[in-house]
Design a protein around this ligand. Sequence first.
Ligand code: AMP
Ligand code: ZN
Length: 114
Amino acid sequence: MSDCLFCKIRDGEIPGDLVYEGDSVLAFNDINPQAPTHVLIIPREHIATLNDLTPKEEPLVGEMIQRAVTIAREQGYAENGYRIALNCNRDAGQSVFHIHVHLLAGRSMSWPPG
Ligand code: AMP
Ligand code: ZN
C-alpha cells in the first residue's frame, strides 16, 4: 500500500530508527516517544486495523507480542514492568493505519489509560 507511512519505513523509503528486523516483523523507535522507551512493532504485511485480522494471522500477532516482550527484556524492563498497547480506529486514537504494537517502558504508568 503505497501511501502507508509504515510500509514506507519497511521499504526504506523514509527512515526508521530500527530496533529489530525479522522475516515477518520489524520494530523501530516511535518518533514522538511517550515514555523513555517507546518502540513500535509492526508486521511487514500491510494490515490496516485489528478488525482486518483473520485466524491465519494468529502466529503473526503472537510474534509481534513476543518481540515486544523480548525487546522489553533486552532493555532491562522485565522486572519493573512495561505496557504494550494496540489502538484500533477513532475512539482508541489510531493514527497510522498499519497495525502496530506499542511497547512503553521506563516510567510508571497510570490506569485506566486516557
Ligand atoms: P497510533 O496512534 O496507535 O496509530 O500510533 C502511531 C504512532 O506512530 C504514534 O505513536 C506516532 O508517534 C508514531 N509515528 C508517526 N510517524 C512516525 C515515524 N515516521 N516514525 C516512527 N513513529 C512514527
Ligand atoms: Zn502499511
